[in-house]
Design a binder for this molecule. Structure first.
Ligand SMILES: *Cc1c(COP(=O)(O)O)cnc(C)c1O
Length: 388
């Protein structure tokens, strides 16, 4: 069963009925799923997880739908790998890699799309549309195919070849746009009503974040119900970071963890660092980043609709935001692969490079427990890695 009760606007607080097909609040801000946490605290002890399936749906009580009705390809419950050789190269004793490359479609976008497609398909969506820098498109195409619902994808023309091919094979209708993901988003927003498309853009529907929050549940469970000291997260739209921050609060209300929280670090590319810029300026929201460019396509998000939620989580956690150059993030991919055998996406490499910087400045201490996210597989980025 699920303890989902309603959706609530992250801006004005208005409530929405979860039987409906939901996008943004009338005020334009993202909706967040809310659960009956008192009932869940009584009815969902963490011991219940013991015999559950090795997928994110093991947390179904705190997901928007039951696992039996989920549109699933086995996403989630990815390994949390100790990384001692990377750690000693960095001068750290307790480094872990949460390796999201093992998800269906090779990235953590699978988690969000599994949840979003499950909810929208069961509430009457007849076609999906998404603007994507790459991996969201591949994941949506796969889950839409599995649900038997058509989908329309808008991607920048220089999106990695792997993403274009996976969408085409899944039968998605793909349009390559001469522009950025924000331009793609504008096209979807303009056409969706006339075309009857359900817009699955990051944070423009409430459930992708619910899928991604399970990374927070898994971290806690895999670390024996203790959270790490520091989490480095490669941030585009910020869904996973906002989602994990939400998961930590939910788990505390469930009585699964205490009040200690990790320091959250947003890692971005120097060529597209709107959150880093806003964090350093002390701003509550982020301006659109001009001339965005980076080979880490998942980080090529010049404007995030959840910017204020990302910035709030960074500050409440005592965290920070770090930008790294493309050369350094590719170097990070190499270091992680040389030391631990994990061929990461450039976004994962960015976390390695950022951690190195944070160790050098003393922001991360030698004995702290640090988790870096490898959000996708390097195999999907051969153009970016091939020349390195
Ligand atoms: C989408 C994506 C990101 C950014 O994720 P958000 O949760 O939207 O910030 C990072 N890495 C990869 C590989 C991605 O596909």
């Amino acid at each position: 069963m699920t303890f989902l009760s309603h959706c609530e606007c992250s801006g004005c607080g208005e409530h929405y009925d979860v039987a409906e097909l939901l996008n943004l609040c009338r005020c334009g801000k993202p909706l967040l799923a809310r659960y009956d946490l008192d009932a869940a605290a009584a009815g969902f002890p963490r011991e219940a997880l013991r015999d559950r399936a090795a997928s994110m749906w093991r947390y179904e009580e705190m997901l928007p739908a039951e696992s039996e009705v989920a549109v699933t390809l086995g996403e989630g419950w990815t390994p949390l790998l100790g990384a001692p050789r990377l750690g000693s190269w960095l001068g750290l004793r307790n480094v872990y890699v949460k390796d999201e490359s093992l998800n269906p479609t090779g990235s953590f976008k699978a988690r969000g799309m599994s949840a979003a497609v499950t909810m929208a398909a069961s509430r009457g969506a007849r076609a999906f549309a998404v603007p994507s820098a790459g991996n969201a498109a591949g994941a949506l195409a796969a889950y839409a195919a599995r649900a038997g619902v058509p989908c329309y994808i808008f991607m920048p023309a220089d999106t990695p070849l792997a993403n274009r091919i996976e969408c085409a094979y899944a039968g998605a209708d793909v349009t390559l746009v001469d522009g950025l993901i924000t331009d793609c988003g504008r096209i979807v927003a303009e056409r969706k009503d006339a075309e009857g498309w359900f817009d699955v853009s990051t944070l423009k529907e409430p459930y992708r974040i619910e899928g991604k929050k399970t990374m927070g549940y898994e971290l806690a469970e895999q670390l024996g119900w203790e959270l790490p000291d520091v989490i480095l997260y490669p941030t585009g739209g910020g869904t996973g970071l906002i989602g994990m921050w939400k998961a930590f609060d939910e788990m505390e209300r469930l009585g699964w963890i205490g009040s200690a929280r990790p320091r959250m670090v947003s890692v971005q590319a120097s060529g597209c660092a709107p959150i880093v810029r806003a964090f350093e300026a002390g701003a509550e929201s982020a301006d659109e980043f001009p001339n965005a460019h980076t080979v880490a396509s998942g980080l090529r998000v010049p404007r995030a609709i959840g910017d204020f939620l990302i910035l709030r989580a960074l500050r409440e956690s005592g965290g920070t935001a770090v930008a790294v150059d493309d050369d350094d993030l590719i170097g990070g991919v190499r270091s992680l692969c040389e030391t631990e055998g994990i061929l990461a996406a450039p976004e994962g490499g960015a976390c390695v490079a950022a951690l190195r910087r944070l160790v050098e400045t003393g922001w991360v201490g030698r004995d702290e427990r640090v988790v870096i996210f490898n959000t996708g597989t390097g195999v999907k980025y051969l153009e970016a890695l091939g020349g390195a």
